[in-house]
Design a protein around this ligand. Structure first.
Ligand code: ADP
Length: 412
């Protein structure tokens, strides 16, 4: 079965085409056929499409809407240019899996698409005004272009964290705000945390209910999750993805009184301050240079840039502090898992985060740690470490494709 996985943002469409079915999942043999993205939709768009093992196809052209972008993707997939043997016509695409950012309290797992599900996703727009509308455009476009009969599934970033207990998801705000507006912690990156937890139990060959781990998704966006007996019991992102760790351009936790303070000192609106928190803070805000961890490390090493060093130090300190908090929240963990662009690739950051976790019995094996980058999965802690440390490359798209196939299987 060929599943098209779509991730639609406000001005971008990312896709992967994945060949999978229940048997391939069982054998861990499902594979990506192609991937790519259309960026800057609404203006002069930039297209990058890649068939596995081939040179990327790049182009720039005006693309007005997500629907037009999707048409472009499909044209390329079917064209002789892409040389994807498995696809001769549109009918060789058997299903679509959509990444949907916010499923509120309504969606606790992945679901097959229907009019009612689409309405449910629309109901969550209030909670994710920047993300859900783009996801809906993607779903509507796929229905229009590929036909309503083609099976489609929605996989939510929030769903995995719907197992959080009320003491972890409620803010200490007037309770009626939760009752009236569903104002609470939802958490994001759920598909990533779920995927690496699944890999961990597969590597260890243990049942789901024996998975007691802390997962760290450190990419442009960063979040930490406490997973106890296989379920997410706490996570650092909140009502929105702004809360928690220091990220590329997001501040993570700050004193909420700072909003009013900046408004009055800088003469800005709440909207403008929110934009500072989301787009000009984090690694970029502290360093004044970049949100890219690789560049920050180079600046710190080659030019001894003080603020680049400070940004890296604050980033690592905050992750370490949260690991300590989560060890307490879940009464200890068997393993810590690093994933995301930074978590998967940077031995330096992993080592800096773990160095003062000796109190909890964490010790890295420096050689193993140095070896793990660019997609390598495995253990990076020493044999003596009381808590094992793993690097597990995430694969949200694969999980979305697999959920789609499983849901189709259940329906039959
Ligand atoms: P997103 O959250 O947008 O999916 P990624 O998971 O791809 O982002 O992570 C992007 C981040 O990973 C960037 O800050 C990038 O610099 C960082 N990164 C990638 N490779 C390395 C590396 N070798 N060393 C340090 N940071 C890296």
């Amino acid at each position: 079965m060929n599943v098209l996985v779509l991730n639609c943002g406000s001005s971008s469409l990312k896709f992967q085409l994945i060949s999978t079915d229940l048997e391939l999942i069982e054998r861990n043999d499902d594979r990506r056929l192609a991937h790519g993205q259309v960026e800057r939709i609404g203006g002069a768009a930039i297209i990058t499409f890649v068939a596995e093992g081939r040179e990327p196809y790049r182009s720039a052209m005006p693309i007005k809407s997500i629907r037009m972008a999707l048409e472009k993707v499909l044209q390329w997939i079917m064209s002789d240019d892409s040389k994807i043997d498995e696809i001769g016509s549109l009918s060789d695409i058997h299903a679509v899996g959509h990444r949907v950012v916010h499923g509120g309290e309504h969606f606790t797992e992945s679901v097959m698409m229907s009019d009612a599900v689409l309405r449910g996703i629309e109901d969550c727009i209030d909670l994710a005004p920047l993300h859900n509308p783009a996801n809906i455009h993607g779903i509507v476009a796929a229905r229009e272009v590929l036909g309503k009969e083609l099976p489609q599934a929605a996989v939510f970033d929030t769903a995995f964290h719907q197992t959080l207990p009320d003491h972890a998801y409620l803010y200490a705000l007037p309770y009626q705000l939760y009752r009236r507006h569903r104002l609470r912690r939802y958490g994001f990156h759920g598909t990533s945390h779920r995927y690496v937890a699944y890999r961990y139990r597969t590597i260890r060959n243990i049942p789901r209910d024996q998975v007691n781990i802390i997962t760290l998704h450190l990419g442009n966006g960063c979040s930490i999750a406490a997973i106890k007996s296989g379920n997410s019991v706490d996570t650092s992102m909140g009502l929105t993805p702004l809360e928690g760790l220091v990220m590329g351009t997001r501040s993570g936790d700050v004193d909420p009184a700072i909003v009013e303070f900046i408004c009055s000192k800088e003469g800005l609106s709440i909207h403008e301050v929110e934009s500072i928190f989301n787009k000009q803070s984090g690694l970029l805000g502290i360093s004044g240079l970049t949100n890219d961890m690789r560049e920050l490390i180079a600046e710190a090493d080659e030019n001894d840039d003080r603020r680049a060093r400070l940004a890296i130090e604050i980033f690592c300190y905050r992750v370490r502090k949260d690991i300590g908090a989560y060890l307490a929240a879940m009464n200890g963990a068997a393993a810590i898992i690093f994933t995301g662009g930074i978590g998967e690739n940077s031995a330096r950051i992993r080592s800096s985060i773990c160095k003062d976790l000796a109190f909890a019995g964490v010790s890295l094996d420096p050689k193993a740690n140095d070896r793990h980058h660019e997609g390598k999965e495995g253990v990076v802690s020493s044999d003596a470490s009381k808590i094992a440390v793993y690097v597990v490359p995430t694969n949200e798209e694969l999980l979305i494709a697999r959920d789609t196939v499983r849901l189709i299987g259940e329906k039959k």
